[in-house]
Design a protein. Structure first.
Length: 148
C-alpha cells in the first residue's frame, strides 16, 4: 500500500491518503470464463464421439461372436448327428438353440439388430447359418468365416 502525504502551504495540517492507485482485483472476466467453458464443452464433445465409435466397434465384435457361436453349434449338431452340409433337417434350429442344446440361449444382437436363421436347412461349407440385420450398414458380419 502506498501512502501519500499532502502538506499544505502553511504546514499546519498534514493529510494522509491511502489507496491512491487502482489495484487489480483477482478473478476472471466474463469473457475468460466463457472461453474456458467453450474449451471444456469441445473436449467433452470429442470424448462422446470417441465413446460412440468404441461402442459401435464393441457391438460389432459381440455380434460376430454370437454368429460364430451359433455357427459352431450348428456344425457340432451336424457332425454329432451325421448330417451333411446343405441337408434339410426338420426342427434343426430347435435342436441347436435352447437350454441344454449346443447354444444355451437365443442370442441377441448388442447393436439392436435382429438375427435371421436358415431354420431347417444346414448351410454348405463357407456359408453362415445365422445373419444379422445390421450386416450391411454396420458390418456385423465376419470378414473370414470359411473355417467355421
Amino acid at each position: 500500500m502506498r501512502l501519500v502525504r499532502i502538506i499544505n502551504q502553511n504546514r499546519q495540517q498534514t493529510m494522509t491518503l491511502t489507496h491512491t492507485q487502482k489495484t487489480k482485483k483477482s478473478g476472471m472476466t466474463l469473457i475468460e470464463l466463457t472461453v474456458v467453458i467453450l474449451v471444456l464443452l469441445s473436449l467433452i464433445s470429442i470424448l462422446f464421439v470417441g465413446a460412440r465409435a468404441w461402442k459401435r466397434g464393441s457391438d460389432r465384435a459381440g455380434c460376430i461372436m454370437n454368429i460364430r457361436n451359433v455357427q459352431q453349434g450348428m456344425r457340432s449338431f451336424q457332425n454329432m448327428n451325421g448330417h451333411s452340409a446343405g441337408e434339410t433337417v426338420p426342427g434343426a434350429l430347435r435342436e441347436i438353440v435352447g437350454p441344454g442344446k449346443f447354444v444355451e440361449s437365443q442370442p441377441t444382437c448388442p447393436g439392436t439388430g435382429t438375427y435371421s436363421y436358415m431354420d431347417d436347412e444346414l448351410p454348405l461349407s463357407g456359408a453362415l447359418y445365422m445373419s444379422c440385420s445390421l450386416s450391411a450398414q454396420e458390418k456385423h458380419i465376419p470378414t473370414d468365416f470359411g473355417d467355421w
